[in-house]
Design a binder for this molecule. Structure first.
Ligand code: NAD
Ligand code: ZN
Ligand code: ZN
Length: 380
């Protein structure tokens, strides 16, 4: 089959690789109809991870069940499904508590809990930017979708970024009526803004400097704050008459930069501590890694981010972090899509064939104007 394969820094190729096979009775094989390029894929693409050459990429996958193992009894061949990016066993201590992103059994890598398709350090699993994908513990992991092709661009967001944005809001402790500031108007930040609106925020601000992304935030009912035109903390304080916001969501990650483009991994965390009111909450879904060889400070290279912890403590704020447990939210989010209340597919900017993936990676990585969310359609 054809697949997107990691070849080295800023180098992916579409190549012939062996078809996946059933390796355990609880596996299924899914024929991929849509698979997305994610901001998280860029960490690997930019050579900031230890991902091995030859890995098939792609953790945002949906499709149709092609084959099931002898131990699969809920899923059936022909079912349309979306796959959470987390690969989870469903029965360990963390999975049974709803923390599928910290599954204790799916990742054999020393010191790592939780696994994903096609990702560095997240277990030996190939990704779904390919014609077919092996899905472990398929009865547990796959979420059924209505048959047909309706809502394809919305449902594909259930594999990662819609539940991840929702999780950022959940971690912030948001209550109806709260004011929320989301940092980052990439796909994850936009989904956090959409989620906060759906959950009854009184006002949502989204901070970024990319005009096309800020315009999308406004489409979801949020107020855009352009950090290239002035200090975002001052802008948010002015907009809230000096009170600050109740909740903040971090959807940028360790590659946070200032308006000139220089990276400061602590910048957004500092901004959030300043702008969230005392006793408010901060949800961090932007990724911070134990080691970032590409960082511009020695501390950040070791994964030590020297943010304003003193002020965080003094203000009695709380902070939640980590990979999103997609399964915990995605049935409800699917139903919000089916009833027309949620429209996450609004952020899709490009729908490409698998063969066009190389170009898609390059342009998405360059943050070319209008390249917000890129979908690949292996069957086309
Ligand atoms: P992205 O790179 O497309 O978006 C990040 C955005 O942040 C960009 O638009 C950039 O302009 C903006 N930004 C940079 N510096 C900023 C600053 N100082 N202030 C405000 N905005 C700033 O990425 P994405 O796909 O939206 O993902 C965002 C983060 O979420 C990444 O770190 C990704 O790895 C992570 N992620 C986490 C999970 C999870 O489960 N926790 C899942 C998916 C993605
Ligand atoms: Zn993703
Ligand atoms: Zn588990």
């Amino acid at each position: 089959m054809k697949a997107v394969v990691y070849k080295g820094t800023k180098n992916v190729a579409v190549e012939e690789v062996p078809d996946p096979t059933i390796q355990s009775p609880t596996d299924a094989i899914v024929r991929i109809t849509t698979t997305n390029i994610c901001g998280s894929d860029l960490h690997m693409y930019e050579g900031r991870t230890s991902v091995e050459e030859g890995k098939v990429l792609g953790h945002e996958n949906m499709g149709v069940v092609e084959e099931v193992g002898s131990g699969v009894d809920r899923l059936q061949v022909g079912d349309r499904v979306v796959l959470p990016f987390n690969i989870a066993c469903g029965t360990c201590r963390n999975c049974t508590q709803g923390w599928t992103s910290f599954c204790l059994r799916s990742n054999p890598t020393e010191g790592m809990d939780g696994a994903a398709y096609g990702y560095a350090n997240m277990g030996p699993y190939d990704g779904g930017q390919a014609e077919f994908l092996r899905v472990p513990w398929a009865d547990f992991n796959a979420l059924h979708l209505p048959p047909g092709t309706e809502h394809e661009n919305d449902f594909t967001m259930l594999s990662d970024i819609f539940p991840t944005g929702w999780h950022g809001v959940e971690l912030s402790g948001m209550q109806p009526g709260d004011r929320v500031a989301v940092f980052g108007a990439g796909p994850v930040g936009l989904m956090a803004a959409h989620s906060a609106m759906l959950r009854g925020a009184s006002q949502v601000f989204v901070v970024d400097k990319e005009p096309d992304r800020l315009a999308l935030a406004e489409k979801f009912g949020a107020t855009g704050i352009d950090f290239s035109t002035g200090d975002p903390v001052e802008q948010l304080m002015d907009a809230t008459h000096g009170v600050g916001v109740d909740r903040g969501v971090e959807a940028v990650g360790y590659q946070a930069h200032d308006p000139s483009g220089e990276e400061h991994p602590e910048l957004v965390l500092d901004n959030l501590v300043q702008v969230v009111r005392a006793t408010g909450g901060i949800g961090v879904v932007g990724v911070y890694v134990p080691q970032d060889p590409g960082a511009n400070s020695e501390l950040a290279k070791e994964g030590r981010i020297p943010f304003q912890y003193g002020q965080f403590f003094t203000k009695g704020q709380s902070m939640g972090t980590g990979q999103a447990p997609v399964k915990r939210y995605n049935r409800q989010l699917r139903d919000l899509i089916i009833t027309g209340r949620a429209n996450p597919g609004l952020i899709v900017s490009h729908e490409l064939t698998l063969d066009e993936a190389v170009d898609g990676y390059e342009r998405f990585d360059n943050r070319e104007d209008g390249w917000t969310k890129v979908l690949l359609r292996p069957g086309t």
